[in-house]
Design a protein around this ligand. Structure first.
Ligand code: RIB
Ligand code: CA
Length: 309
């Protein structure tokens, strides 16, 4: 099967780093652009981290800076989870310089030149860059094969009781993406919480014997604090689930749903309203991933990262 032309939009971010290395190690994807957004930490850090992660993999892929704040709201980071630098204190060699210009323009240019329904967008941070693309040039949705989003939650959130961090950071942008008309696949917390990285997975990664990328990933996995949600058992590899869906969909099961955003100021703002049982009678606009083969997922991540430099 020909590799899928792919754009990855991210906010590295410890789990974004693992997801990027998984994507760069996967022959199913032809990663043509990495666009960066402020999120886990400020754009100055997420951009440096994205350049360093791509550079460590030795791949000449353009990394371009995007939005440093949401479309309408106030920017708030998640440094309490990822550390002030965004990589839990891991210092990587500086990567190649960022490509000139801004992410929304680079994404639009790539989509304009692409054949219909050919480009896969994998979004691992706040959806601001994608929202800007489709809000300003809606017809570009016709060039998209699939938008895979790590975002949202049908059940409880992780930044507020209602909202997952990426969705909460820019709900208006996510609303634009939900309505753009392209095929949308949601890797929400409901499935990514099943990608719980435990000590045994870290030991397997370290035993796999790889290069600088695998060793850096092991140091990240060793450094990230276990989550309260898992009662300290491990930490969730949210973003790599979105990439894993694109390269190994057999690891997942899901269903078509209608999804919408709650953008109203208040306790529900940023909630992804996922109509699992079709109660709203609305036409489905997203594939909602519900279950993950957890051990198959970590086996994929470890095997693929072991192939990187
Ligand atoms: O809620 C988890 C998501 O928010 C992940 O993408 C993580 O990297 C942060 O961006
Ligand atoms: Ca992320």
């Amino acid at each position: 099967m020909n590799p899928r032309p792919t754009i990855i939009d991210c906010d590295p971010g410890t789990d974004d780093a693992i997801a990027l290395w998984l994507a760069l190690a996967s022959p199913e994807l032809d990663v043509q652009l990495v666009s960066v957004v402020g999120g886990n930490v400020g754009l100055e850090h997420t951009l440096r981290n994205a350049r360093a992660v791509v550079g460590l993999a030795g791949r000449p892929i353009r990394v371009v800076a995007g939005a440093d704040r949401p479309m309408l709201g106030r920017f708030e980071d998640a440094a309490h989870v990822h550390g002030a630098d965004g990589l839990a204190g891991l210092v990587l060699p500086d990567g190649p310089p960022a490509a000139p210009g801004i992410a929304a323009d680079a994404i639009r240019d790539l989509l304009r030149a692409a054949p219909p329904a050919s480009v896969t967008l994998i979004a691992l941070g706040p959806a601001t860059n994608l929202g800007l693309v489709f809000a300003t040039e809606p017809a570009l949705a016709g060039k998209v094969a699939e938008i895979v989003l790590m975002t949202g939650a049908m059940a409880e959130g992780n930044i507020t009781p209602s909202a997952e961090f990426n969705a909460w950071n820019d709900p208006e942008a996510l609303q634009v993406v939900f309505g753009c008309g392209a095929k949308v696949t949601l890797a929400t917390l409901d499935v990514t919480n099943q990608a719980l990285c435990m000590p045994a997975h870290i030991a397997s990664l370290e035993a796999a014997g790889g290069g600088a990328c695998l060793n850096a990933a092991a140091r990240i996995w060793r450094s990230v604090r276990p989550s309260r949600r898992s009662a300290g058992r491990g930490h969730e590899q949210h973003d790599a689930c979105a990439v894993a869906w694109a390269v190994a969909p057999h690891l997942f099961a899901g269903r078509e749903v209608f999804a919408a955003m709650d953008c109203i100021p208040g306790p529900g703002r940023g909630r992804t309203v996922i109509d699992r049982w079709g109660r709203a009678g609305r036409e489905a606009n997203a594939l909602f991933l519900e279950t993950l083969d957890t051990e198959g997922f970590f086996d994929l991540v470890i095997r693929r990262l072991a192939t990187l430099p």
